[in-house]
Design a protein. Structure first.
Length: 341
């Protein structure tokens, strides 16, 4: 069993070296991370944090954090935001930190139909310590003894900083939305080794959905103290980065103040011999009143790795929303009808 854990860990490290981005199960609870065009999309002021613990059953830990604040400027039809992301991988003491500025502009296309265009500029820092790692070239295949020198051209403690840029579009009306985003559009060099080129692959995402009114609703926004919201939302989020593709699709039911959600992560139809069925995600969210929302989700691993071996993944989100303007209620008719989490 320990050999299986080691194999999984090495596989995950290989993916990280190829720089696959962290993916949050509660992708709409991390709106600026999903698409910079969602900056200010609530047409309120939002402060949010996200935490993800990936596969805690393994010997090595994989943790991700995200925090953001955004605000909508009614007079400029614009959203502005600040985002901070960090991921830590204990095997190589590898961490990736990002701080970025986001901006979006909202255009009216028709009656309650809108198009948002957004962009993001980020400063990124990659830091790793390879002094505790053991490479295959250090192991004597006869005795199993571990030598001192691996032959790898890596220092013990290395860092690399660079700028990164992203772009996004988002269309919505009262009940549906569709967005496209592209991250790492300049594909910056992330290699730790001088003179070597290792490009951060372009990540593209297509996401959208539709909201259905379940009736008995006297209001559309719990933050304005209007209760009895009853709705179901179907949504999807497709991502591609380098050789990796992933599809999330599912539903959330909002019976204010509680939200229940379930969705599938994987590629249900593929030409490859090994199907890409990754996990089933279950979520519960609660609106605590006064603009505070909290969500918890768990990924149940359905791939060959198995949920018992990996422990799935735990994810928590917190969000506080409020109207930082004297023009109460303005903008509610054009805000996004998407997943709450």
């Amino acid at each position: 069993m320990r050999r299986l854990f080691t194999l999984i860990t090495l596989t995950l490290f290989g993916i990280s070296v190829q720089a696959q981005d962290v993916q949050y199960s509660q992708f709409y609870a991390a709106p600026l991370y999903l698409n910079p065009a969602m900056t200010g999309a609530s047409e309120m002021t939002r402060i949010g944090v996200n935490y993800r613990n990936q596969w805690p059953g393994l010997d090595q830990s994989f943790n991700s954090y995200s925090a953001y604040i955004d605000h909508y400027l009614f007079n400029a039809n614009s959203g502005i935001g600040l985002i901070f992301n960090r991921s830590d991988q204990s095997m190589a003491n590898l961490s990736v930190s990002e701080i970025g500025l986001t901006y979006s502009y909202r255009m009216r296309l028709g009656f309650r139909s809108f198009l948002r265009v957004g962009g993001q500029a980020s400063y990124m820092d990659r830091d790793a310590y390879f002094g505790d790692m053991i490479f295959g070239s250090q192991i004597d295949d006869q005795t199993g003894a571990i030598g001192d020198f691996s032959g790898e051209n890596l220092g013990d403690d290395i860092r690399h900083q660079f700028m990164d840029y992203s772009f996004g579009l988002m269309f919505n009306n009262e009940n549906m939305w569709f967005g496209l985003s592209a991250h790492h559009i300049t594909q910056p060099n992330i290699s730790f080794i001088d003179g070597e080129i290792s490009e951060l692959p372009l990540k593209v995402s297509a996401h959208g959905g539709y909201r259905f009114d379940l009736g008995s609703s006297t209001g559309a926004n719990f933050l304005n103290q209007k209760e009895n919201v009853r709705e179901m939302t179907l949504a999807f989020n497709y991502k591609n980065q380098g050789p990796f593709s992933q599809l999330d699709m599912g539903a959330q039911v909002n019976i204010q103040p509680i939200v229940f959600g379930v969705w599938y992560r994987g590629i249900p139809v593929v030409k490859e011999e090994q199907p890409n069925h990754e996990s089933i995600v279950a979520l519960v969210g609660l609106s605590l009143g006064g603009g505070l929302d909290v969500g918890y989700s768990h990924d149940f691993t359905i791939s060959s790795f198995g949920n018992a071996n990996t422990g799935g993944a735990h994810e928590i989100s917190l969000r506080y929303s409020f109207l930082a303007t004297s023009k109460k209620g303005r903008g509610i008719k054009s805000s996004m009808p998407c997943f709450k989490y």
